[in-house]
Write a protein that binds this ligand. Structure first.
Ligand code: AMP
Length: 217
C-alpha cells in the first residue's frame, strides 16, 4: 500500500456499531458487515480505504506498529496497552461505561479494603486494578482472567473483580454489586504517530468529521 491508502483498525460489536455513524460522517461506508462476514479485511466505498477487524485489545498494537493508520479503542484497553507510539486526538464519547470494583452481595468490602489489608482481585485489567489498590494502600493478589469475571467471586476464585459496568444487569444477574468506581470509560481515536505526518491530508479530514459528530452530540 502507498501513502495514499488508509487502513482503519476496528473491533466487532459495540465499538463497530457506534463507529458506523462517525465513518458515515466522513463519507466512509463499509462494503460488508463484519458480524456477518468472516473476512478480516473489509473494503469500503473508497478504493484506498479499508477496515481491518481485530480484537478490541489488539487495536492499539496494530496502530502502534503502523499495520493500521488509525483505530478506535476503549480507554480501558489504552490504559492497559500504555499508549506507546499512539496519538490520541479525540474522545469519541462512544461505548461509554465505568470501570468498577464489584463483590458478592453481602461481602463487607469496606472492612476488607482497609489500608494494609490484602484482597484477591480477578480482572482482565491488571494494570488498572494494581494502580487503584496501590493508591488505597491495599495489597492485592491479581488473578488475570480473559472473560466471565463475574463468576470469580461466586466460586471463591477472588474476593472482588475489577470490570466494566454499563447497565449493571450482568452484576445483578450474578448476585454481585458494584462497590467502588475507578474510572469512566469511553472509546478514543488512536492514530499512528508517523501516519499522522505522512498521511496528514487523508487523516485530518476524517478526524474533523468525527469531531463534528462528537460536538453535535
Ligand atoms: P452490563 O450488564 O450492561 O453492566 O454490561 C457488563 C458486561 O459487559 C461486562 O461483562 C463488561 O465487561 C461488558 N461491557 C460493558 N460495557 C463495555 C464496553 N464499553 N466495552 C467492553 N465491554 C463492556
Amino acid at each position: 500500500m502507498t501513502d495514499t491508502a488508509l487502513t482503519i483498525a476496528l473491533s466487532k460489536g459495540r465499538i463497530f456499531e457506534e463507529t458506523l455513524p462517525l465513518l458515515a460522517a466522513a463519507g466512509i461506508v463499509p462494503a460488508e458487515d463484519p458480524e456477518k462476514s468472516r473476512k478480516l479485511i473489509i473494503d469500503t466505498n473508497h478504493a484506498n480505504i479499508r477496515l481491518v477487524i481485530v480484537r478490541a485489545t489488539d487495536v492499539p498494537t496494530y496502530v502502534q506498529y503502523g499495520a493500521a493508520d488509525f483505530g478506535i479503542a476503549g480507554k480501558d484497553v489504552l490504559i492497559e496497552h500504555g499508549g506507546d507510539g499512539l496519538y490520541q486526538p479525540l474522545d469519541l464519547q462512544i461505548a461509554k461505561c465505568r470501570m468498577m470494583v464489584a463483590v458478592r452481595k453481602g461481602f463487607d468490602y469496606a472492612a476488607a479494603s482497609q489500608p494494609g489489608s490484602r484482597l484477591r482481585i480477578a480482572t482482565k485489567y491488571p494494570g488498572i486494578a494494581a494502580e487503584h489498590f496501590a493508591a488505597k494502600g491495599v495489597h492485592v493478589d491479581l488473578i488475570k482472567l480473559y472473560g466471565s469475571m463475574e463468576l470469580a467471586p461466586l466460586v471463591g476464585l477472588s474476593d472482588a473483580i475489577v470490570d466494566l459496568v454499563s447497565t449493571g444487569n450482568t452484576l445483578k444477574a450474578n448476585n454481585l454489586e458494584a462497590v467502588e468506581h475507578i474510572i469512566d470509560i469511553s472509546s478514543r481515536l488512536v492514530v499512528n504517530k508517523a501516519a499522522l505526518k505522512t498521511k496528514h491530508t487523508l487523516i485530518e479530514p476524517i478526524i474533523q468529521a468525527f469531531a463534528g459528530v462528537v460536538q453535535a452530540e
